[in-house]
Design a protein around this ligand. Structure first.
Ligand code: PXP
Length: 247
């Protein structure tokens, strides 16, 4: 059992709303501060190559406004690595953006791009940034992440959540079993295990209950729920669901 399960709140979609009008509101920096005050253990933000939500200036502004760690999600490109090395966030999660970087399950293709990714993460690690690979719960991807020296993997829960939403519970349970096996394999290799994508109050329980999991990263649902109940209550509700599952 790892220590208390951490909740990283992804604020990308506050920036999506801001950018829909082209102005400054709603402010993702304020969202990060509110999330911290509401008990988030970290803030997650993805600076996409197309800057569709988070923008370059947001990264420094968020880091300057919070005392909890920033998990910087980034594609494995020279440009993004330069930005990460400039800002030195606590963590960098390497995510796929282009089709060719993605496995069929939606995670990063680490096994097929091992040599490049092994070299790519060295400067990040040397700078003290905790590197994680966002991958499917596929033994080949987990083992490749371990081989290239990543200390952390984030397993992709998107398919599990989609199958739940579609009401295909047999397929959902099969996907959950695959995630459970993946968590065990990663933990056996000594990797720290994070999970995320698509998690909601309805789907978080079985994931939060896995004792090897150290951190969940959750965004879209929380920002959507915040429209109805406010961000602090949305986050508090997720914290309660995680703690209940873990107990
Ligand atoms: N983890 C990673 C690596 C992600 O890329 C995302 C989405 O940006 C999330 C977690 C959060 O997913 P969601 O917004 O669906 O909760």
């Amino acid at each position: 059992m790892t220590d208390r399960l951490r909740l990283g709140v992804n604020i990308d979609h506050v920036a999506t709303l801001r950018n829909a009008r082209g102005g400054a509101l709603p402010d993702p920096v304020r969202a990060a501060q509110v999330a911290e005050a509401a008990g988030a253990d970290g803030i997650t933000a993805h600076l996409r190559e197309d800057r569709r939500h988070i923008r370059d200036a947001d990264i420094a502004a968020i880091m300057g406004a919070i005392t909890i760690p920033l998990n910087f999600e980034m594609a494995a490109t020279e440009e993004m690595r330069g930005i990460a090395l400039h800002h030195l966030p606590h963590a960098a999660c390497i995510v796929p953006e282009r089709r060719e970087e993605r496995t069929t399950e939606g995670g990063l293709e680490v096994a097929g791009d091992q040599n490049r990714l092994a070299d790519f993460i060295v400067p990040l690690r040397e700078a003290g940034i905790r590197v994680s690979m966002f991958i499917a719960a596929d033994p080949a991807q987990i083992e490749a992440s371990h081989r290239i020296g990543a200390p952390v993997v984030e397993l992709h829960t998107g398919a599990y959540c989609d199958l739940h939403a579609e009401g295909d519970f047999a397929a959902r349970d099969a996907e959950l079993a695959r995630l459970v096996d993946g968590v065990k394999r990663a933990a056996d290799l000594g990797l720290e295990v994070h999970m995320g994508h698509g998690l909601t109050y309805d789907t978080v329980g079985p994931i939060a209950a896995l004792p090897e999991v150290a951190e969940l990263n959750i965004g879209h649902f929380l920002i959507g729920e915040a429209v109805f109940v406010g961000l602090p209550e949305a986050i508090a509700g997720m914290r309660r669901a995680m703690d209940a599952a873990r107990a």
